[in-house]
Design a protein around this ligand. Sequence first.
Ligand code: PBG
Length: 323
Amino acid sequence: MAFPVTRLRRLRRTPQLRDLVRETRLHPSDFILPLFIEEGRTAPVAIGSMPGVRRHSMASLVREAEIAKRAGVPGVILFGIPKHKDPLAKSGYAKNGVVQQAVRRLKKEIPELVVLTDVCACEYTSHGHCGILKGQEVQNDPTLALLEKIALSHAEAGVDLVAPSDMMDGRVGAIRRALDTHGFQDLPILAYSAKFASAFYGPFREAVDSTPAFGDRKSYQMDAANPREAIREIEQDLAEGADLVMVKPALTALDVITRAKERFKVPVWAYHVSGEYAMIEAARQKGWLDGDRAQAEALTAIKRAGADRILTYWAVQAAKWFK
Ligand code: PBG
């Protein structure tokens, strides 16, 4: 029945009615907070391109994680900034590397907080690429051995979930086998499966100082134009043993999130990345929009698209907003 019998505005009249018919609900447990830990740092330092986000010292990392936990955020994902970078990313798998230490510390101080780690080489390589180079080419298979070492070192430190983000072929299978043969068969893998080569990672690269010294990441990260290829990436990671999959960035890949959710029965997560966060925060600083409402609306859209959980730098504020 059409207007005037049907009046869609009837259910929008009051906040209570609107609440009664809200189709998408967000909750503090929807959000995972990314945290940056810098080796040797004694006090936190602001990241210019990510207002409100800091590179942490060990002490401020624990404080920030406690704040997140108290707000109802169930987990954090760690990114390390080492003192020393080299072409082979050795500091990425050091027993006492910055992330390994941070994992131990967080699991000791806040045992019930879920700790995830990003498994990738780019934060530890002097050239900023996500793997081992031969000339200017990122070598796929030699990089797998490196990723295995990084993942194992995180496992030994006591991490709850490892999240490979490098986009090498075969990395999930390689990491799964390495974990299994070393007694970590119960450690789950969250695969950054559908990860697009994106300008929206710009602020993150400033945060961890991982901008590639030459070229770009297009020979390993996906072309943003390819949703079917994204499905193949997810299928392949699941066949290799991924327990959860992720789509990244989020706002520019909402269709991919929806397709993944419809097609696969595993948890589908989304990464609301640094550039997506920074755009809104920059506009907030300029007074061009209501930053809180804009962040909340973006997160609602990501969940509405089908994301089961969302990695976001706005996690603590979101947990309070959607409480
Ligand atoms: C590591 C990695 C990146 C991000 C997460 N893991 C950077 C990149 O691929 O260049 C980006 C996260 C963000 O932008 O918030 N490979």
